[in-house]
Write a protein that binds this ligand. Sequence first.
Ligand code: HEM
Length: 522
Amino acid sequence: MSAFPKIPVFLKPFMPAVVAVIGSIPWLRTKASIWAINRAAYSTTLRPRALTLLADYTSWRSLTDREYSARHLPPATPEYMAGLPSESEVLKLFRRTEEKKDTDTSVMFMFFAQWFVDSFLATDWDDFRKNHSNHEIDLCEIYGLTKAQTDMLRAKHGGRLKVQNINGEEYPPYYFESKDGTLVVKQEFDGLHDAATMTRILTGVSYDRKKKFYAVGLAHGNSTLGNSIMNIVWVREHNRLAAMLENKHPGWDDERLFETARNIAIVLAIKLAVEEYIKHIAPWDFPIKMVDLIADRERWNRTNWCAVEFNLLYRWHMLAPETVGAGDTALTPADFLTNNKLIEDEGIESLIAWCSRARAGKIGLFNTPTYLMIPSPALNGFSVESRTIRLSREAQLKSYNDYRVAYSMKPFTKWEQLNKDPKVIEPLKELYGDIKNLEWYVGIFAEDYPRELMMGDLLTTMVANDAFTQLLSNPLLAANVYNKDTFTQEGLDEIENTKCFADIVKRNAKDPSRVYCNFAVR
Ligand code: HEM
């Protein structure tokens, strides 16, 4: 059962109007959202997963030790694995030949996606079976994952996070300081990130760029323009919320102010993920609503646990363009990778506007950007894509058709059911022979899809299943928690009144009238 029902072609021209009507009637919007969420949530078996990457059998440890990634399906047989084409042949299926752009997705969406997934998908560098996130949507991008990390990032007054002032605006503080001409981690941030991870991340990064690294919750927090911009906006938003609470509750101590602002900020992030980000992924921008207490009533409400399949299917690297925008002012990878100086020089408003007007790449085979296909010393000589293919093999995933069946869909018997474009299916036929041999990681990106979608049927269904059931089971959205004791009335109002990410950017901008922020290119 796919996440969205098939709409007959003759009805498609009417769908934008139908969707607009649904969005304009609050009770209908809620009903339609519950239907859509549950359709995706019940499309396959429910958590807990019987297996994780710890072992191929179920044990008490495998059911409780969330250090290990879960898996949706048991491993494939050694015979199936042995029959697969070489990893280098598969890699060629991802190489961008000519850049294909998505119909209406902006680079701002792409950066939001990257920043968002970084918080819950974090494969351990030394042991591919492990994910060192806590599987929650918790804004660890700005708060860190542990209490020790959070403490280092907190100002310890007024519930605020530490910031510095640059050109009259708040930015996260720098992580390094210069001592005798070398950059060393500031003492206050000693231990914020694992030293080996930082050494790896900083391979090849110049002194000038390293100098401007911000101290934020995750080690990858400075890796792209988008990650830095998102962190700047959310740190400012946290501090704005803390100031608002301090004003309303003058008797509250730093701890209460910090924790309450954090509660509100996390729910804002979830709300925008559902109501703006997932809405953009949905056909005709279906106005999906964050239904606050839905998880309390549903069987899918079980402890979050990211699966290896979720990690792999979420590597939407094809969204990344070769350059952001076109012409003389286009941003090249050298501009948008690890470059906080550009942000400080330009200000976030103009960069957000630039990224909102630039088109992202189209999700699919033959469209992974050149710079993510190049072997890198920081990745032990692998490229981002070759490491991904390696992980899919290490996890011994079953075939594409096996996953279709697991998500209540009919298996394909002909290549043309997957994609009609000979440029896509001819190389696949050559590598896999029969479609029943097609491996899942390749299959989900080979799927054809209509204009109103951003990805194929199985990929949409799988991402919707894991996303909804893990976003909406957040403890802050539970019936006995989602109230004014947890958020304050002002906090609930903030959540209610925030409709899109642009709202947050605007209320934290020097000049809100200059803000243009959109996940869709109009
Ligand atoms: C310019 C944009 C991007 C760059 C430079 C980039 C770079 C990287 C790098 C270097 C890795 C680590 C690979 C490894 O350790 O094996 C990675 C992993 C990953 N990327 Fe991207 N990425 C970008 C955009 C995106 C986008 C748009 C998404 C989709 C939402 C995405 C999702 C992921 C995921 C899920 C992982 C695996 C994380 C983990 O398990 O540790 N990335 N990316």
